[in-house]
Design a protein around this ligand. Structure first.
Ligand code: GDD
Ligand code: MG
Length: 360
């Protein structure tokens, strides 16, 4: 079985992390975001994966993918656009990689979503309904920034209409960014910049061939810091239910906490709930961490506090410092002793020279 992941975005909303790393390789739950998807696709029987990229220099991704091609025994190829082709055009460009004699449907994923990936159930759903295209949907409180599906009346799972980013409320079931498509969908897509949400799904829905499966479990688009942090809470909660042995326990731990085995934690710390600590991190004594991500190689000095924030790779937080309220530190940022960072993003050159960030 085949799959394509749309990896074309610039990752602007996840800066400054994406200054140092392409968005798909930004860690989430101590693993590059895209690895969650690749592992799920592999588990659902995918043997060939296409990454649809546009502007990026693919070298970093290429090296990373080579490693995982071997580890996961899955063939990964790149399909690179010379100009951005939107969310449907890349499928037309990769047509030869997606279609073979089997006539099997293939998966298409947005790269910035995280969930439990019930892909085997989705294959079953697609077959049972004889759909041309199946999409996963989930309920959210504010549907306006997503694609919204309106279902047909009655018990059917057929989509009556699909409206991308509606201006007025049409429903609260939104497109979760995970599709299973028959090869015939490719016949509907021209090789130009085009949107699957605006041009293709509405057409398939009007022909009554678009079906929506309600996603069981959690879902989040983790493409911006606040949602990344909320998504991490949901993901850790999922681990608690499905693989509790991966979470740590102890007197210094509250709730769900994931710690890489190479991290070192000092005396008298209080960690949690909802914390992820990456490889080779050093957390000195008396540190308080909650609702945060501390990425690979970070050092948090004595009595510092990090709350609802993301600390990028190899950064340092000084003694008694506070990093709070959706602050994102990029790679190699050094927060001085007793400094306070309250909301906002910080890249290396800005650290300790932006007085408005520092509330003493
Ligand atoms: N290759 C390629 N080329 N990929 C692209 C391009 C492009 O020109 N433009 C966007 N993408 C990729 C992004 O990297 C992402 O994986 C996916 O297409 C969707 O683009 P976003 O920019 O993240 O869209 P969105 O978040 O506003 O909305 C989409 O996702 C929502 C769920 O999170 C839509 O699919 C909505 O309908 C959906 O609800
Ligand atoms: Mg998105």
């Amino acid at each position: 079985m085949k799959a394509l992941i749309l990896v074309g975005g610039f990752g602007t909303r996840l800066r400054p992390l994406t200054f140092s790393m392409p968005k798909p390789l930004v860690d989430f739950g101590n693993k590059p975001m895209i690895l969650h998807q690749i592992e799920a696709l592999k588990a659902a029987g995918v043997t060939e994966l296409v990454l649809a990229i546009n502007h990026q220099q693919p070298e970093v991704m290429l090296n990373f993918m080579k490693e995982y091609e071997k580890k996961l025994d899955i063939k990964i190829t790149f399909s690179q656009e010379t100009e951005p082709l939107g969310t449907a055009g890349p499928l037309a460009l990769a047509r030869d990689k997606l279609v073979d004699d089997s006539g099997e449907p293939f998966f298409v994923l947005n790269n910035d979503v995280i969930c439990e990936y019930p892909l085997l159930e989705m294959i079953q759903f697609h077959k049972t309904h004889g759909a041309e295209a199946s999409i996963m949907v989930t309920k959210v409180d504010d549907p306006s920034k997503y694609g919204v599906v309106v279902m047909e009346e009655g018990a059917t799972e057929r989509v009556e209409s699909f409206v991308e980013k509606p201006l007025h409320f049409v429903g609260n079931k939104i497109n979760a960014g995970i599709y299973l498509l028959n090869p015939s969908v490719l016949d509907r897509i021209e090789l130009r910049r085009t949107s699957i949400e605006k041009e293709i799904f509405p057409k398939i829905a009007s022909e009554k061939k678009l079906y929506a499966m309600v996603l069981p479990g959690f879902w989040m688009d983790i493409g911006q810091p606040k949602d990344y942090i909320a998504g991490q809470r949901m993901y850790l909660d999922f681990l608690r239910r499905k693989a509790p042995q991966e979470l740590v326990t102890g007197d210094h731990v509250i709730g769900n906490v994931l710690v890489d085995e190479t991290a070192v934690i000092g005396e008298g710390c209080l960690i949690g709930p909802d914390v992820v600590i990456g490889p080779r991190c050093v957390i000195y004594s008396g540190v308080r961490l909650l609702g945060c991500t501390v990425m690979r190689g970070v050092c948090i000095k004595e009595h510092a506090c990090v709350s609802n924030s993301i600390v990028g790779w190899d950064s340092t937080v000084g003694k008694w410092a506070r990093v709070v309220n959706v602050t994102v530190l990029g790679k190699d940022v050094h927060v001085g002793d007793a400094e306070v960072y309250n909301s906002g993003t910080v890249i290396e050159e800005q650290a300790s020279v932006r007085p408005e960030m520092v509330v003493v």
